[in-house]
Design a protein around this ligand. Sequence first.
Ligand SMILES: [Zn+2]
Ligand SMILES: [Zn+2]
Length: 335
Amino acid sequence: MMAKLKRHLILVAFFALVPLTQPGTAPSNWADAAGGPNTAKPGSTGFASKLGNVGETRTLEILPLVDWNTASLKLRGEAGVSYLVRTDKSTILFDVGGNLENSDPSPLVANMLQLGIKLADIDTIVISHNHPDHVGGQTSMFSRTFSLDSKPVDLRGKRVYVPIPMTYPDIEPVTVLEPMVIAPGVATIGPITGRINMGPVDEQALAIRVEGRGIVLIVGCGHQGLSNLLTRSTLLFEEPIYGVVGGLHYPIPQGRVIVAGVDIQRWATYGSDSGPTADDVQREIDLLARTGPQWVSLSPHDSSDEMIEVFRAKFGPRYHDLRVGEAQLIAGVKP
Ligand SMILES: [Zn+2]
Ligand SMILES: [Zn+2]
């Protein structure tokens, strides 16, 4: 309980630069940092043709390295995201957490140590979007870079894919403007602009093409909106959705972070609007259910326990809790 309270207090500092006194307005500094209208790219329905030469993978394992819930007290949780995605041929770090307490080591690095994950194991890094809980903190966000730890980490030799122009020392990140294949059986579906209160944000998700099963979407914050994610996947791939893992942003009835009576996650998304209700979420869940997914796992970093229970009720044994340190073996056999 104290640990979670502490995390809340840290987030006060973390969001302190956001002008909370003017709810309903989108701070231009957030918008500028996140991408949005300055970045020209095709719209969310602008892809008429299927993505070619994607290849496929037999194995897919997702190991959450940073998120709100943890599988063990030895691991550190925070309202951020970092997942290790392992396929036949590639090991991808999807987002780098938030290091919201600016600790040394960061939760990401501490959890990697605890779980025996080495930097050398990772060949590719993908940043979903430029929000602090995904790029290693707000200093990184405002500088349009990302950080795995409180001190610099040498990433030379790794491939890096970002949704807006970003820099990193000694690396040339690839700015993803449209859907592209980044490893055998692994594609980014390309940025989709989410229009939220704190400013437009360009966010990309991963799509893994799993042999004999279909497409598994791996999502960061889900600002794209679930229906846009599903539509984009249908436009790009012949195969059905097999799984959806990650953040879909359902802070309903409230988010993880309440500061001085302000629900930060709700405010950042909906401003002074009341935002979606549980019924609205139910409609989205029904939409997802109609695609027939066999594996659903909702990130608790930006969705409430209540919404997680609604997902669990809908998908039953196909729903999987998302916890740091608990590998989700979606396809393949345990090593
Ligand atoms: Zn997030
Ligand atoms: Zn976000």
